[in-house]
Ligand binder design. Structure first.
Ligand code: FMN
Length: 224
């Protein structure tokens, strides 16, 4: 694919002809609206529809972004005044350090087959340990051992060192049930903003943004 030739550009240039969105078409509760879009992304056969780019910043304001998998929607969790988007990771990773420092994160879903993008930003906090325990117990044994084996985001000498560590852990846990490493668990992104983007013709895309307002949500249409 060439970005420099007119043919390359023409191939990239897509006229988005999908049906548009009006605020009235979306549920006034953005989590319910998210649910509907997520189901449509699954039904449309989007690749890994629960993959989302997680953006964080470090203490100096340097941004980082990487994919993680959405593992659930946490509706009005106990002790929380709001809903959340759940994902799991290593708390000692780069992203874990960023989140624990700033308490903030953003998520971006790209459902390109539908010419849709969904953005979330808000507070990000660790979920309670029993929630992480419960999810960890559902993971395949290999993934459980992987969580123990990987010092995520830290340097490692080579692939052989990683595999030796995994084999060591397999032996160590033998046929015992693998319990959750304390450095591995869930985060909940509690949205303050959620934006639904639908590609349209002539780059006149639709953008509907929800913003937290008291215990409810306001909705605004944004220019594309
Ligand atoms: C599709 C996809 C899904 C991923 N899901 C996760 C995930 O759920 N949790 C996770 O820790 N890393 C996941 N990763 C790996 C991360 O993108 C990243 O490499 C890793 O978490 C280390 O990030 P960090 O060093 O910025 O903390 C995924 C990668 C891809 C491509």
């Amino acid at each position: 694919m060439s970005f420099e030739t007119s043919e390359g550009l023409a191939r990239l240039r897509k006229e988005y002809e999908a049906t548009g969105i009006e605020p009235a078409d979306l549920d006034p509760d953005p989590m319910a609206a998210f649910d509907a879009w997520f189901t449509q992304a699954q039904d449309a056969g989007c690749t890994e529809p629960n993959a989302m780019v997680l953006s964080t910043v470090d203490a100096d304001g340097w941004p980082s972004a990487r994919n993680v998998l959405l593992k659930g929607l946490d509706r009005k969790a106990a002790g929380s005044s709001t809903d959340g988007f759940l994902f799991y990771t290593n708390y000692q990773s780069s992203k874990g350090a960023d989140i624990d420092t700033t308490g903030r994160a953003a998520l971006t879903f790209s459902w390109l087959q539908l010419h849709r993008q969904l953005r979330v930003s808000g507070q990000c906090i660790r979920v309670d340990a029993p929630v992480s325990d419960e999810y960890f117990a559902l993971r395949p044994r290999g993934s459980q051992l992987g969580a123990w084996a990987s010092d995520q985001s830290r340097p490692v000498a080579d692939r052989a060192a990683m595999e030796a560590r995994f084999a060591e852990l397999e032996e160590e846990w033998d046929d015992r049930e693998v319990t959750r490493p304390p450095h591995w668990g869930g985060y909940r992104v509690e949205p303050l903003r959620i934006e639904f983007w639908q590609g349209r013709r002539n780059r006149m895309h639709d953008r509907i943004m929800y913003e937290r307002s008291g215990s409810g949500w306001s909705r605004t249409r944004l220019n594309p």
